[in-house]
Design a protein around this ligand. Structure first.
Ligand SMILES: [Zn+2]
Length: 278
């Protein structure tokens, strides 16, 4: 069943939920297969940067159909969106969660816009994620090509931000990057602990790809409830498909599309098990 982010995050206890980027029929089915196999929930995340791949309505129809017989709930989430009109269209299309990304804006402007989105989305039963602080740009990132540089989330500002906006989840910057790491990751668990002490809503970690597993577990133990994974799913799937095509250049496209869903589900399953620690 499709539920909103607030509902799914409220039932998590000491676990986190994976948010997996989709941009095609095959990637949607890959995530749903992993939910079917594990019996655990997942967030199906459509980045505003993939609007050339699929329309909001197409995503909604395919997800709705794919999710209806699953053994666990899923959230249909709009990832990283700065455009109010696109956010409004996603809410109207039936997305159950949206992320407003005002992280590059001055604090007051980010507060004002995040609050506007929260008011609009909440009146439609839709959850809202916002972001404070900014992540550095790693290698092969597909989230954005603009590097705003790394700015850790300030714990005091985070508390004010949450109180002033009424958002349901807060994406924080504690040393992860969008894409793959260019150097050894330096995840600031100390900053996360401080944010957790100041903020009572669930915290979100962007840049899960390539983050050492023990660090991800430590993040979950210290308040992270939603973890985004994008680049690693793409790299894993492309590498496997390359092997298949190299072995058999005459492989039929219809078979490749099925294999693509299976490969996506393998890597998504790995993360669902790790985040749910099952
Ligand atoms: Zn992100």
């Amino acid at each position: 069943m499709l539920v909103n982010l607030k509902t799914i995050l409220s039932g998590l206890n000491q676990k986190a939920i994976g948010s997996f980027n989709i941009y095609s029929y095959e990637t949607i089915h890959g995530v749903c297969k992993a939910v079917e196999k594990t019996g655990q929930p997942a967030i199906i995340s459509f980045g505003a940067s993939y609007l050339n791949n699929m329309s909001l309505n197409t995503v909604k129809y395919i997800v709705e159909e794919a999710a209806k017989d699953l053994p666990a709930d899923v959230v249909l989430h709009l990832d990283h969106c700065k455009d109010m009109d696109v956010i409004k269209a996603a809410v109207e299309a039936g997305f159950t969660s949206v992320m407003y990304d005002g992280s590059a804006l001055p604090f007051e402007e980010n507060v004002k816009n995040s609050r506007t989105v929260a008011n609009m989305a909440h009146s439609n039963g839709v959850s809202v994620e916002a972001e404070l602080g900014s992540l550095a740009l790693g290698e092969h990132s597909n989230e954005t090509d603009i590097d705003h540089g790394e700015a850790y989330t300030n714990p005091d500002n985070a508390a004010d931000f949450v109180n002033m906006t009424g958002v349901d989840a807060l994406a924080v910057s504690i040393g992860t990057v969008h894409g793959m790491y260019k150097a050894k990751p330096n995840i600031r668990i100390d900053i996360l602990k401080e944010i957790s002490q100041h903020v009572s809503i669930p915290l979100v970690l962007h840049g899960g790809s390539g983050t050492p597993e023990e660090k991800l577990v430590e993040c979950i133990e210290n308040g992270i409830k939603k973890i985004n994974v994008n680049t690693e799913i793409s790299q894993y799937t492309v590498a496997k498909l390359y092997e298949i095509i190299t072995e058999d250049k005459n492989v039929h496209l219809s078979k490749l599309t099925l294999l693509q869903s299976d490969i996506v589900s393998e890597i998504v399953e790995k993360y669902i098990r790790l985040f749910g620690r099952i």
